[in-house]
Write a protein that binds this ligand. Structure first.
Ligand code: PEP
Ligand code: MG
Length: 592
């Protein structure tokens, strides 16, 4: 842990408790993201960063000068040199010594980031000129504002400076982050994030774990309370945010971090071992994938393949939908890197909390009950077919499986399969290779699908239980809403009975069944899932080693007894306690 060079003994330490959504501990300076309110980021820099910050400023000034000269020459060609000369005034702003001196002083003496001092100085100069009520000077005032905007864009690399604009390592504090905000975070610069709202099974939390960024959510009001530049410590294991940590707290966390590092090191030794229970039952242990670039982490995690590739993340933060060829290249590359391990590619699961900029859809008052997952794909067959074709083409190597999300009825599976069949015909006619025996599966994440599992099983070769949604829909508890988070109980007997129904139906039909929701990443709940008859667990890559350790210390007999008691029990908290007791007995050192 490293952090700001401050004098913690002079300030009051304050602690804020929320939900632990992504493990890890970090300390650093806060950057408070207030979209729309502070478009230009302000953050302190270290004294040793002054030279590089001035170089960054000079590069942005050079880029701005080149852009203005280009615009000027294009304009001169189009409308003549006279009109184009208005840009001479813009070029003069870049050379304005008094403005530039003030900007450099802000960086050098106040240790502030370049975009903020450019914004501050330019606003001050522009306001002074505007006050003089002289038409010529008013024009100059606008020139300054315009040029400053261009310099800031060149500094941040963005038309609208926002989340990606901060160029120094920081902890992000925000009221809310969308999944696409989270997908755009730079994991080298963002040491952790803390949000007012959010929950453990939100896609924002899932992406944080995937990126390996420690995170705490459900902190109620920290966005208003914190300032950019605050010294903070974030504990993503226990769901704690500490403002102005005192030396004693830092010492405690130093020790805690060493302990965790020792546990992680022990776990890394398990990479090449099998996830087999003490009594010899092999449980397939796969990892979920959100970013193609994360494959090296997957390989290190010791997973046996990818049990869920959330393809929608590839669709985030783009102006247009990816073409069939772009998708094919993405899926083909991942499948080739994983080969001979298997990858389950889930078809587009947008809607709910995952809107797409490139596919604007009418607002819905209950988006989680609306047009999401396979429902949306069946409404937009062109989008669906281009993805199905891309997945089929990527299957030529033989290690790809395909899975539909948010299925509610056998009819939906039949319609999706009919479109898949159409794609097969087209590809054969076009001479494209694909795996003729591609396995197709369905996510069971809606109670209706769980209850009709025996019918759905006739249409597919495997099931993967999406417990994040299954819990939300069974218990009528919004998975994103932190105010009902205590009611989101994965050990509720209703949820467990549905899971048991699904595993029984799958096995009766001779197909396998996995769990790819966050329950599979929770070491406390793993014994319960094994006892309920699950064949595969697909967890966050970061957590795979500890799930493997848990499986290796368990025996199926104890797990089945635990599950049998839980199915009969009427209390979710009691079920959870029983799971915790078994977990503590077998692998207590892994519980935070
Ligand atoms: C689930 O619902 O459990 C699941 C894995 O899908 P997602 O979290 O992407 O909705
Ligand atoms: Mg889901």
């Amino acid at each position: 842990m490293s952090g700001p060079d401050a004098h913690p003994e002079q300030r009051e330490e304050r602690r804020f408790h929320g939900f632990a959504v992504s493990p890890g501990v970090s300390r650093g300076i806060a950057y408070v993201h207030r979209p729309g309110k502070d478009e230009v980021p302000r953050y302190p820099i270290q004294p040793e960063q002054v030279d590089s910050e001035i170089l960054r400023l000079e590069a942005a000034l050079g880029a701005t000068r080149a852009q203005i000269t280009l615009i000027q020459s294009q304009l001169a060609a189009a409308v003549g040199a006279k009109d184009a000369s208005i840009f001479d005034a813009h070029l003069l702003v870049i050379e304005d010594a008094s403005l530039l001196d003030e900007v450099v002083r802000g960086i050098d003496q106040e240790h502030l980031n370049a975009e903020f001092v450019v914004h501050r100085s330019a606003s001050k100069f522009a306001a002074e000129l505007a006050k003089l009520h002289d038409p010529y000077l008013s024009e100059r005032s606008l020139d300054i504002t315009d040029v400053a905007r261009r310099i800031i864009q060149n500094l941040t690399g963005k038309a609208h400076p926002g989340l990606g604009a901060v160029q120094t390592r920081h902890l992000l504090v925000a009221h809310h982050l969308t999944p696409s905000d989270t997908a755009s975070l730079n994991r080298d610069l963002v040491l952790g994030f803390a949000t007012d709202v959010g929950s453990k099974t939100s896609h924002t939390a899932i992406l944080a774990r995937s990126l390996g960024i420690p995170a705490v959510s459900g902190l109620h009001g920290v966005e208003k309370l914190f300032q950019t530049g605050d010294d903070i410590l974030l504990d993503g294991y226990r769901g704690l945010l500490v403002l102005n940590p005192l030396p004693a707290t830092l010492l405690e966390y130093e020790e805690f971090s060493h302990q965790r590092a020792r546990v992680e090191q022990d776990l890394s030794a398990l990479r090449e071992t099998a996830s087999t229970t003490r009594d010899g039952h092999h449980i397939t242990l796969a990892a979920n994938l959100e970013f193609a670039d994360d494959l090296p982490l997957h390989k290190l995690s010791g997973a046996e393949g990818v049990g869920l590739y959330r393809t929608e993340v590839f669709f985030f933060n783009r102006d247009s939908l990816p073409t069939e060829d772009e998708q094919f290249e993405n899926y083909r590359r991942i499948a080739a890197e994983l080969h001979p391990q298997k990858i389950i590619i889930r078809t587009l699961d947008v809607g709910g909390d995952k809107p797409l900029d490139s596919l604007p859809l009418p607002a819905e008052s209950n988006p989680f009950l609306g047009l999401r997952g396979v429902r949306l794909c069946l409404e937009h067959c062109d989008i669906f077919k281009s993805q199905l074709r891309a997945i089929l083409r990527a299957s030529a190597g033989g290690n790809v499986r395909l899975m539909y999300p948010m299925v509610t009825s056998p009819g939906e599976v039949k319609r999706a399969n009919a479109l898949l069949e159409e794609c097969r015909h087209e590809l054969r006619a076009e001479g494209h290779a694909f795996d003729e025996r591609l396995e197709v599966g369905v996510m069971i994440e809606v109670p209706a699908a769980a209850l009709c599992a025996e019918h759905i099983a006739c249409e597919v070769q495997f099931f993967s239980i999406g417990t994040n949604d299954l819990v939300q829909y069974t218990l009528a508890v919004d998975r994103l809403n932190e105010s009902v988070a205590p009611l989101y109980e994965a050990t509720h007997p209703a949820v467990l009975r549905l899971i048991k129904h699904v595993t029984d139906a799958a096995h009766a039909a001779g197909i396998w069944v996995g769990v790819c929701g966050e329950m599979a990443s929770d070491i406390v709940l793993v014994p319960l899932l094994l006892g309920l008859g699950v064949d595969e667990l697909s967890a966050a890559a970061l957590l795979v080693p500890r799930i493997k350790r848990a499986v290796q210390t368990l025996d199926l007999k104890s797990c089945r007894e635990l599950a049998a008691r839980a199915l009969e029990h009427d209390s979710a908290p009691e079920n959870l306690k029983a799971c915790e007791a078994l977990a503590r007995e077998r692998y207590g050192e892994l519980l935070a």
